[in-house]
Every structure is written in structure tokens, then in C-alpha cells.
Design a protein around this ligand. Structure first.
Ligand code: THU
Length: 146
């Protein structure tokens, strides 16, 4: 099943309402689209010890994996912004989130499309373009069978 871009972006936007971002004021929402049609969302969760903050994408992956999902990730949408409005440039996942998304994607052997909202147009990229030559279970001979 293919994932509808607008529906996934809408889900990501809805998730921004649950962001806990009192320090940056930057509310991010992420939505994961699965092959079975399921959408799992996440929002950023900050901490007074700033470095412990969790990005929306990481929260979404943790939520999905806690539901037992071990693959089937076919699309990702990310959106957000500050109090003054949406991001003026496409909101691409940070480096750590690319690796976190990659773990779930690799479990199912998929290369998800990533829709990054912000600015005039939605940037569309593949996870493998955001994270080329990725590190994974194969890299050190492990079999991550979930
Ligand atoms: N943030 C995300 O949630 N996802 C990203 O990919 C980039 C950054 C969050 C982390 C922090 O809470 C806020 O945005 C500002 O960096």
C-alpha cells in the first residue's frame, strides 16, 4: 500500500501539538507511514538538560517499535516550526534521527521516502540519500531480526 503524502504531512502537523519544547520553542512533528497503512507519530520532547532532548522522529520510531513494528516503514513526514510559524526551510531529520530511522527501515529492507515540510515546497528525498553508506547490523555481521 502506498502512503498518501498529504495524509502523512497532516499527521505530522497534528503531532506538533504534543511537542514538549519549552527551551527551543521549536515544535516538531514526525509521522511514519507503514506498508499496512498504519501511521505512527511522534513529537520532540526536550529536557532541562538540553542534550537529553529527543527529536520527533526518534520518538516516533520508539513508539512504533514499542508497538512491535520491525519493518514496513515506507514513508516519513517531518514538519514543524517556532511560535512565529512554520520552518522557512525544509525540515530534514538530524543526523541521529537518520540513523534511528535507518534501523527500522533496514529491519524491513525498505528505503522510505522522506517528505520534509518547510518553505514553499515539500522536499522529497529517500532515506538512503539522507544517510548514504549507512551503518547497520550488516556492518558488523549481526543479524537484527527483531
Ligand atoms: N528537532 C527534531 O525534533 N527533529 C529534527 O530532525 C531536528 C530537530 C527538534 C530538537 C529540538 O527539540 C528542536 O527541534 C530544536 O532543535
Amino acid at each position: 500500500m502506498s502512503v498518501d503524502r498529504e495524509a502523512l504531512l497532516e499527521a505530522a502537523l497534528g503531532a506538533t501539538a504534543f511537542a514538549y519544547a519549552p527551551y527551543s520553542g521549536f515544535h516538531v512533528g514526525a509521522a511514519l507511514g507503514f506498508a499496512d497503512g498504519t501511521i505512527v507519530t511522534g513529537a520532540n520532547v526536550e529536557n532541562a538538560s538540553y542534550g537529553l532532548s529527543l527529536c520527533a522522529e526518534t520518538v516516533a520510531v520508539a513508539s512504533a517499535m514499542k508497538q512491535g513494528r520491525r519493518g514496513g516503514l515506507v514513508a516519513v513526514a517531518v514538519t514543524g516550526g517556532g511560535p512565529g510559524g512554520g520552518s522557512s526551510v525544509p525540515l530534514t531529520p538530524c543526523g541521529r534521527c537518520r540513523q534511528v530511522l535507518s534501523e527500522l527501515a533496514q529491519l524491513g529492507g525498505t528505503d522510505p521516502v522522506v517528505w520534509c515540510a518547510g518553505g514553499e515546497e515539500v522536499l522529497e528525498v529517500r532515506l538512503s540519500d539522507l544517510l548514504p553508506h549507512s551503518f547497520g547490523a550488516d556492518s558488523f555481521g549481526r543479524d537484527a531480526d527483531g
